[in-house]
Design a binder for this molecule. Structure first.
Ligand code: ADP
Length: 324
């Protein structure tokens, strides 16, 4: 069982010969819209591995909102806790890309993503807990062991993920915080309520207030982040793979670097989301951390081989084919 709390955002992408100057209109060369947002990307990444996934989020009462529900249904993600805001529209991100040099300009309007009711988070988590209690005797008889995993990022209203992490932990779920997008300061209270903190190198550097440019500097940043309280810190390092750092009961810190899978990368969008979603799905299935991280890295690598995020998220079979 995986519960994801997070964003649903439509990327509206226009390609133009160059970026417009203030007040200027430039004729575009192409336009397309793509469904995304860290929340739905991670939920679908987990669902493609066969996990039972519930997404908590909010969209507007507009055509984009309808499109998100269609996609969630196609992907088998439970959407009963994706609500619709009567006033705020669906979250949108306006992206302009310049053909001449690849530079871009982006405006993100979170809209309904910032109106997720805290009560929805509480209700979803308590519902999952009740379901688990009901299923426990049958699972035990069949020798199945599942965990419930709660995964969130920081693209919804703050109260939702602080409440979600705290309540999920109280209910005995494994909590994963993907502390993205980066904000200025490390929120130590928030980090403490995560069992597992996942950050990329930019986020790690910001929260640890250091630079992360190599495995050695990543290790130092991880040690600082572990001080904030999570038991595990995972720093994803793009084409360099990732670093897993854990606090042992003795207080000592263990680091394990996972080398990258060699792929032909064309677009890195969604790699971190694939990584987080796959990690959550595998931990819910009681797969040991090292094995889960290897598969999450493979998922991240595969996601870079295709354009877009959702369209590029791999299946379990594709992940297994990449792993020797
Ligand atoms: P984010 O999208 O959050 O910045 P990363 O770029 O660090 O996340 O990617 C997440 C994970 O995906 C990495 O830890 C790595 O395992 C895998 N990955 C990303 N880019 C590549 C790449 N070019 N080659 C191989 N693996 C990659």
């Amino acid at each position: 069982r995986v519960v994801v709390l997070g964003s649903l955002i439509v990327d509206l992408m226009a390609q133009a010969p160059r970026l417009p100057r203030p007040g200027e209109a430039v004729i575009g060369e192409s336009f397309h819209s793509l469904l995304g947002g860290k929340g739905i990307n991670q939920a679908i990444a987990a669902a493609r591995l066969g996990a039972q996934v519930t997404l908590i989020g909010r969209v507007g009462q507009d055509a984009y909102g309808d499109a998100f529900f269609d996609t969630l249904q196609q992907e088998g993600v439970l959407s009963s806790f994706v609500s619709r805001d009567a006033k705020a529209g669906t979250g949108v991100s306006l992206v302009i890309i310049a053909t001449e040099n690849g530079q871009n300009m982006i405006v993100v309007n979170p809209n309904a993503n910032m109106q997720v009711p805290v009560a929805d988070v509480e209700q979803a988590l308590r519902g999952v807990q009740q379901e688990r209690e009901r299923e426990a005797p049958a699972d035990e008889q069949a020798g199945r062991s599942h965990k419930a995993v709660f995964l969130c990022q920081c693209e919804t209203n703050r109260e939702t993920y602080t409440t979600g992490l705290r309540l999920a932990r109280e209910l005995g779920m494994t909590t994963i915080l993907n502390a993205a997008p980066v904000s200025q300061l490390a929120d130590t209270e928030l980090f403490r309520s995560a069992d597992i903190l996942v950050v990329n190198e930019i986020e790690a550097a910001t929260y640890a207030n250091s630079s992360v440019t190599s495995l050695e500097t990543a290790r130092q940043a991880a040690e600082r982040l572990l001080h904030y309280g999570p038991q595990h810190v995972i720093i994803t390092l793009g084409s360099q793979g990732c670093l897993w750092s854990a606090r042992e009961s003795s207080g000592a810190v263990e680091h394990q670097a996972l080398p990258p899978f060699a792929v032909q990368a064309v677009d890195s969008t969604g790699a971190g989301d694939a990584f987080c979603g796959v990690l959550a799905a595998l931990l819910a299935d009681n797969i040991p951390m090292l094995d889960a991280l290897r598969q999450a890295s493979a998922a991240g690598a595969l996601t870079t081989t295709k354009r877009g995020a959702i369209a590029a998220l791999p299946t379990l079979q594709q992940i297994q084919e990449l792993i020797p």
